[in-house]
Every structure is written in structure tokens, then in C-alpha cells.
Design a protein around this ligand. Sequence first.
Ligand SMILES: [Zn+2]
Length: 489
Amino acid sequence: MKLTLCVFSFLITVFAAQASGADIRLIYPRVENEKPIVYPVPLDSTFVLGNVTAGSVRLQINGQDVPLSEHGAFLAWLPLRKMTGQTSWELSLLDGEEEIASHSCPYQIESNSSAKSIADTTFRIHFPRVLEVTVPNGHIRTAVQGTYHIFPEVGCRLSAVECSGGFFLLDLGNGFPAAIDTSFVEIRQDSILSPILLGNGVCRRTESDSRCSFALAEPVAWHSEVSSDGQTLVLDLFRVASAVNRIRYDVEDPLIRDIVWEQKPYGVTLSLNCRNKVERGYEIEWREDSLRVSIRKPFRRGLNNLKGKKIVVDAGHGGKSTGAIGPLGTNEKDVTLKWAQILKHELEDCGAVVNLTRAEDADLGLYDRIDTARKLNADFLLSLHCNALPDNENPLTRHGSSTYYYQSHSRSAAEILHKALLKASGLPDDGLYDANLALVRPTLFPSVLIEGAYIIYPPEEEQLQTEAFLRRLSKGLTHGLTEYFKTAR
Ligand SMILES: [Zn+2]
């Protein structure tokens, strides 16, 4: 009985379609109550399927030809347009160039992406899957709860093997594990990411630095570190295979002596062995099909003082970011600005060329501060802050001054400045730290962050309110920088 009904209704459907001429029936995505379909942000592509009147010749969806089966079925895999407003799938049945039927299916991309939304949709993503970094200053972690240690450029492709709690778990090469926040990437259609070939290298020197470049077709994830003796810049390139057959050297190069490459299971390690310490800084970037490493030249002899040194002083926080607030209501942002202005004058008195990242009470992002120093090709970046503790730490147990650095070529400067700071503040030693903070992460110049005193600790807040104390700190830091440039090469 049921079968008879089915056949009967099928015949009616076919008859109806033929009677009404050409037609398009969209099966998926399913439209309910004429409402637009809502796609979660992490999807960059989706499928659209349905059928058209048998015998039709040509179907287009958003201007793209979609193959039709003999019986008029279609299954299309289509990119979602990257836009915030409403858009639509426009299905068009063509006979030659003439449109004989059309169907419009509105959709929109969910506006507020969240870790939850991607977690909810992972069942739609098949792994492994290729991701592409779409956000500048994103980072890759060692694991979901791990520290971040790789800072991929926009356009860098990665291989995801799983999604968990707002993170994609990555395979950086031959099973080398890592994790990236889902908000830093978009999902691509490919599932396999082949190793990228690293081609031949060329070294050359300019007025200001020594450079080497290697052919590399696209940006890759890398991690760099200066060796503890300061003379080797080690660069790990993930998911890269060496195709290096020759490296051209410049025998007159004062810095780069030789470059050794080694194929590792996860990629290639390049070791740039230098004749001098890599202390002034370096930069690694991918541009125009090549990986470029620039190492800044040492200062010439006789220039080992503050005269002419380009120093960028960063007054922490500003605008809506008040920073920590003391019991008396002192804003960290106001103290750091006043302190930066005093320090600027002290350094200028010694001949330094000083720029402030902000000269007024204004909002300024962390990376904008770093950009200021980068554009000026700074010789040093010094960021000023006043300390506080998180909710779960007893604020009466820690006081004093502390100093932070991250890159190993900033270590000697941090040590000298910390000693000078303690002497000037007369406060307890709250520590010298290797800390993964944005302001001390740049590689192009040595960079140090100072926490002058605890603004949340009443006796230290009172000191921070006085110009005399800020001047003492500034004189101490100026002395420290003078000492540093005496030894810096
Ligand atoms: Zn701060």
C-alpha cells in the first residue's frame, strides 16, 4: 500500500515539474520559514545540493558552473563569501545564455564567533585539514594550555588534526604537536599540506645589516633563538624540506661567517654562525617568495655611548587602559606617562634621540607601540610599568622593582638595567624575569620592560606619586643604558 502511494506521488511530482517547465529544487541547505541560513564563522566552504529538471543543460551557483548528473542532481562545494551582512546562493538554470529558472537562497555568516561555535561545528570539519593564518600577531602554542612560541605571518598554512576547546591541534611536521586559537585562522578546503621547499641562499651586506635570503614559495611557521654564546642565530622552519644546493657568501661580510642547514623530521634548521654577537637585533620575514634574515651590524668603535642612539620609551597603558590603580586612586597610566617624559629628558641630556610611544593620555595597542619602534629602527625599546598582583595572590607578600626581557640578545641589557633600577629605587629586588610579554618579544632591537614599584602597595604608591622618585628611577635607567651601550657591540 505504502509503495503504491510512493510511486503515485512520485509520478505526480514529475508530472508537476514537467508541466511547470524547468525547475530547481534545493535540498540542502534547508530553508525554514523563509529565514536566511546562518553559517558559523569557522566554515569557509559548504555544500549545496539539490536537483533540476532532468535534461537541463547548465546550472550555475553564484556564477560558477556546477556539474549536473544525468538525472539532474547536483552537489556543489562552494566557498562562503567573507562578509558580515546577508548574501545568498543564487542558483540559475541556463539554456545557452538564457536563464530559464532561478532560485535564491539567502544566507549569512554568524556575527559573533566564539570558541563554542566552532566546537559545536567541528563535526562538519574533516581532519586533517589545512588552515591559513588570517590575523596578524597571532601565535602558535606548544599545546592548548602551553606557552606561545611561534608567531606565524598572515598567509602561513598549517595542518590541523583535531579541534578542541577553541583550539586547533596542529601537526607542524611529522607529528610535531602544537595548538592555535581558532580565531587566528580560516579553514581551507585542502586536507593535505605538502612540505615547502627551501631553495638556495644568498648572503649580502648593506650599510646597516647583513642579510641572507633563501627561496621559499610561501610563509611557514618558524621559531628563532640566539645561542647562549650570542654568536649563532638558530632558525627552525617547520614543514620545510631542504632543496638547498648552494649558498653564496660575501667574504667581506663583517657578521655572517657561514650558514649550516640540517634536515630534521619536522623541517629544516638553519644555523647562522656569526663573527660577532647578534646583540643589536635581527629580523626574519617572508617576502616575495623568499625567507629573509637581516642581522643588524654592531656599532662602530668609538660610538659606544648614548650619543645618537635611537631609544623608544613606552609609557605603559593609556586612554581607556588605566593599568593598575593604587589604593589612593593613582592610575598606572598617569605615572608611566610622567615617568616617560622625565626619562626622555634625562636620556636626551646624554645625547640620545628619544621617542615616546605616547606623549599624552591616549589609547594605544601593544603592537602599535612595537610598530613605532620598528619604524624608527630603534636601537632600544624600554617599556615602563607599575606593578600589581592578580586576585589570587596576597598583595602584601611582594614589593619592589622588577625587570623583564624575552629575547636572549636582550638579556645583558636587562641585567645591567635591573641592577641600576634597584640601586635607584632603593626597593626590594622583585626579580629579573625572562617573560613572554608582547613588548619584550621583538627581535629587531633589544627590548626591556620595567616594573618600577608596586602601585597597589601603599608605601610604594606614595613614592610613585612623587616626581622626585620618578626622577631617581629615570637617572638610574639612564645610567644603566649608558653602561649597556659601553659594552654593546
Ligand atoms: Zn602595566
